[in-house]
Design a protein around this ligand. Structure first.
Ligand SMILES: Cc1cc2nc3c(=O)[nH]c(=O)nc-3n(C[C@H](O)[C@H](O)[C@H](O)COP(=O)(O)OP(=O)(O)OC[C@H]3O[C@@H](n4cnc5c(N)ncnc54)[C@H](O)[C@@H]3O)c2cc1C
Ligand SMILES: *[C@@H]1O[C@H](CO)[C@@H](O)[C@H](O)[C@H]1NC(C)=O
Ligand SMILES: *[C@@H]1O[C@H](CO)[C@@H](O)[C@H](O)[C@H]1NC(C)=O
Ligand SMILES: *[C@@H]1O[C@H](CO)[C@@H](O)[C@H](O)[C@H]1NC(C)=O
Ligand SMILES: *[C@@H]1O[C@H](CO)[C@@H](O)[C@H](O)[C@H]1NC(C)=O
Ligand SMILES: *[C@@H]1O[C@H](CO)[C@@H](O)[C@H](O)[C@H]1NC(C)=O
Ligand SMILES: *[C@@H]1O[C@H](CO)[C@@H](O)[C@H](O)[C@H]1NC(C)=O
Ligand SMILES: *[C@@H]1O[C@H](CO)[C@@H](O)[C@H](O)[C@H]1NC(C)=O
Ligand SMILES: *[C@@H]1O[C@H](CO)[C@@H](O)[C@H](O)[C@H]1NC(C)=O
Length: 633
């Protein structure tokens, strides 16, 4: 396969066109731009900068290396399989979350050229337009209101459109599954692919039909900003080969690997940035201190225009904290000289919570869905699946990542009785001025800015929760016997802190520390269990397994949620958030770090609030937007 050949060429043959570097001796004296982290956003920025500015030099420093990135179910089956999977798929555990019976989060991240886009679940949806209304509401300030960079839906939509190429399914496939889409939301110039697969499991219509019977309106497509309803969601894969599309391919190997102004240093870790004069507000650009994973050697690399940190939501705060940019008390406790006191670095930590709690069932009548995932245990079926995946165009089960159907629904559409939840949020806003009133971590008490920013988020979320077009619940992966209940907009906030090992951040999820999150989960579970009473599921003899007949009262549901909630949907975010400094923010509207010259953060850490979507499409769009136009750099 072409990709594997290029990877091998880059790794072993050192062909002239390949700009992968292995150590300091291969680097230039200095670069115009240095990007820390060759992941989803970082490689997008590097591609656009090096393309627009052929006279400027770009260096990407990436911890991992260039690797073949399988799809999540590609043969051999490597579904996040640590033993058989890629070395580059790293697992972290959070600290125990007391509100969830001290259970810990399991969080995977990509450490590879392509970052998490090279290891993720390939579900490729865009947020709701109302997510960005919430951002701009929380950001309200002269700095943001007067900036030409707008982060409302109209301000970011062109970059969603630019960032992905969509290929429509064939008429036969579209008719077979009843696919809907609207291709006008894609401008088809990017090398990042989205497509709808030519294969679905046999029970796909169970969820779809039962949700329709619940009265949910089918949505036309999830790329338009209208994100409430039932949607066919594209998958980040090539429409013909069925192979994963990710930033390591579409923004590096396919386009940038041969550019003379572009170098990619692999197997090196960015430790920190250092302002040589010690003054971040007046020194021009910081130098970048790098550690070789192979030799242990530490050395500096000089940038003349800008340093961009794109290490993802759980490593970016570490680079900043090691640089002395973070909460002063914490830095002092770790004997790190304070360069900029920014309490927001590593604060505001959020993740979607799910896929559990879920509503599970079993069928008491015989079903004849075909094909079903169990069929992969049949050697003939499996052999045909593998053969089909290697045909052109590819066909069969390996062209379907996890699934491509999902429900997104607002609070008012799930319960008529949602005002008590809004009242609780209101009372937090009016009475809560201390960290314990607001269920916040201790760092929020350091100065008033983090609390002010959190209250601004609560005000934005209050409006969001009451909007019937703004989703609170996601239920995806609609094959099998369960409806996942993913909480899209939690109120709990955690922290990310460095430990003595730079690659092992301390993730304090604090999931459900705000009890309103439990209320939201309960609304979601009650709603989804009602779907078991729809004609479709009743005709199939569906009987609830979880939460189960012994779980009926709100107290019992609360215990169920506390005992059965997944804390990470692998969407950690928001740890260097784009909010004004006086609201505990880390970066401004151009993603420049407050109080620092020549330093930006460009990755999923900059979100102020989680979106109503999986996060990779947003990571690409942020990378596109910050470099538009690149020429002005
Ligand atoms: C297992 C998994 C499943 C997911 N499923 C989906 C899904 O189905 N759909 C979806 O849309 N999203 C999904 N996501 C989330 C999505 O992929 C991420 O939110 C997004 O890719 C993050 O992009 P990023 O640019 O912020 O960071 P990343 O893409 O993670 O890039 C960060 C890069 O920085 C590198 N790095 C870190 N620290 C350093 C350092 N000190 N020095 C040098 N390099 C460093 C890392 O190795 C990595 O390559 C999933 C994520 C995971 C991990
Ligand atoms: C993980 O992958 C290895 C190698 O492909 C395989 O032998 C093993 O069975 C897999 N494990 C699981 C749980 O799928
Ligand atoms: C969680 O752990 C803490 C500290 O060990 C302990 O005090 C608390 O009782 C535990 N909570 C539960 C629900 O087990
Ligand atoms: C993108 O491609 C699709 C077909 O796959 C096409 O229908 C659509 O019009 C294209 N969009 C643009 C803006 O050309
Ligand atoms: C699901 O229903 C649609 C009509 O809504 C139909 O076209 C399609 O064939 C059905 N899919 C399966 C797998 O039964
Ligand atoms: C597709 O999107 C375009 C642009 O928003 C819109 O004008 C058009 O009406 C949409 N088409 C359908 C069928 O929804
Ligand atoms: C939500 O409820 C409103 C009012 O009943 C309805 O018009 C709308 O279609 C519902 N939304 C969805 C996605 O079903
Ligand atoms: C890196 O640069 C800083 C600031 O100029 C300097 O103090 C430090 O000694 C340098 N480190 C190395 C390894 O050269
Ligand atoms: C789910 O929660 C119940 C409490 O309601 C607990 O008994 C059970 O062990 C939990 N199940 C899992 C899988 O954690």
């Amino acid at each position: 396969m072409r990709l594997q050949r290029i990877v091998l060429a880059c790794l072993y043959a050192a062909l002239a066109f390949c700009n992968v570097k292995k150590g300091p001796a291969e680097l230039r004296d200095k670069y115009d731009f240095i990007i820390a982290g060759g992941g989803t956003s970082g490689l997008t920025v590097a591609d656009r900068l090096s393309e627009a500015l052929p006279g400027k030099t770009i260096l990407v420093v990436e911890y991992g290396e260039v690797e073949y990135a399988a799809g999540i179910y590609d043969p051999p089956r490597v579904f996040w399989n640590e033993s058989g999977g890629l070395a580059s798929r790293i697992t972290h555990s959070g600290l125990p979350s007391p509100a969830l019976n001290n259970q810990t989060a399991t969080v995977l991240v990509g450490q590879v050229v392509g970052g998490s886009s090279a290891v993720n679940g390939m579900f490729f949806d865009r947020p709701s337009r109302f997510d960005f209304d919430a951002w701009t509401r929380a950001q309200e300030s002269p700095e943001f209101d007067n900036s030409p960079e707008k982060w409302d839906w109209n301000g970011i939509y062109p970059f969603f459109k630019k960032s992905v190429r969509f290929t429509a399914p064939s008429a036969v496939v579209a008719a077979q599954f009843g696919y809907t889409w609207n291709a006008s939301h894609f401008d088809n110039t990017s090398r990042i692919h989205a497509s709808l697969p030519p294969f679905l499991w046999g029970d796909i219509n169970v969820s779809q039909t039962s949700w329709k019977e619940m009265g949910v309106r089918p949505g036309q497509d999830p790329a338009s900003g209208d994100k409430d309803g039932i949607f066919w969601v594209p998958i980040s894969q090539h429409p013909i080969t069925g192979r994963r599309s990710h930033s390591g391919l579409g923004h590096y190997l396919d386009v940038a690997a041969s550019r003379p102004n572009y170098d990619l240093l692999v197997r090196h870790q960015v430790n920190r940035v250092i302002y040589p004069g010690g003054n971040p507000a007046s020194d021009n650009v910081p130098v970048v201190e790098v550690l070789s994973r192979d030799t242990g050697r530490v050395f500096n690399i000089t940038a003349t225009a800008e340093v961009i940190i794109s290490a993802g939501a759980i490593y970016t705060p570490g680079i900043l904290q090691r640089s002395g940019i973070g909460p002063a008390n914490f830095l002092t406790s770790r004997k790190i000289p304070v360069v900029i006191d920014l309490p927001g670095v590593g604060s505001n930590f959020q993740d979607h919570s799910g896929p559990r709690p879920a509503v599970n069932w079993r069928y008491t009548k015989p079903t004849d869905f075909s094909p079903m995932p169990d069929d992969m245990g049949n050697p003939a079926f499996l052999a045909d699946a593998i053969a089909g995946f290697n045909e052109t165009p590819a066909r069969g089960p390996y062209t379907l990542a996890m699934s491509n159907l999902a429900l997104f629904l607002s609070l008012p559409n799930m319960t008529a009785n949602y005002s008590p939840i809004l009242d609780k949020v209101r009372s937090l806003i009016s009475s809560g001025k201390t960290i314990s009133d607001l269920y916040l971590p201790p760092v929020y008490g350091q100065d008033g800015s983090l609390i002010k920013g959190y209250i601004a988020q609560l005000e934005a979320l209050l409006e969001f929760y009451s909007n019937p077009r703004a989703p609170s619940l996601e239920s995806a992966f609609a094959t099998g016997f369960n409806f996942p209940a993913v909480l899209l907009h939690p109120l709990s906030r955690g922290t990310v802190r460095i430990s003595s090992d730079p690659l092992t951040p301390i993730l304090d999820y604090r999931s459900a520390s705000n009890p309103i999150d439990i209320d939201l989960h309960i609304v979601h579970v009650k709603y989804l269990r009602r779907a078991l009473q729809t004609p479709t599921l009743q005709n199939l003899g569906a009987v609830e397994v979880l939460p189960g007949e012994n779980v009926q009262t709100d107290e019992e549901l609360e215990a169920y949620v506390r005992g059965n909630t997944t804390q990470s949907y692998m969407h950690p975010c928001c740890t260097a958030s784009m909010l004004p400094k006086e609201k505990g923010g880390v970066v401004g509207p151009e993603l420049k770090v407050h109080g620092a010259k020549g330093l930006r953060v460009v990755d999923i850490s900059v979100l102020p609030l989680l979106p109503s979507a999986h996060t990779s499409a947003l990571a690409y769009a942020i990378g596109e937007k910050v470099c538009s136009p690149c020429e002005k750099r």
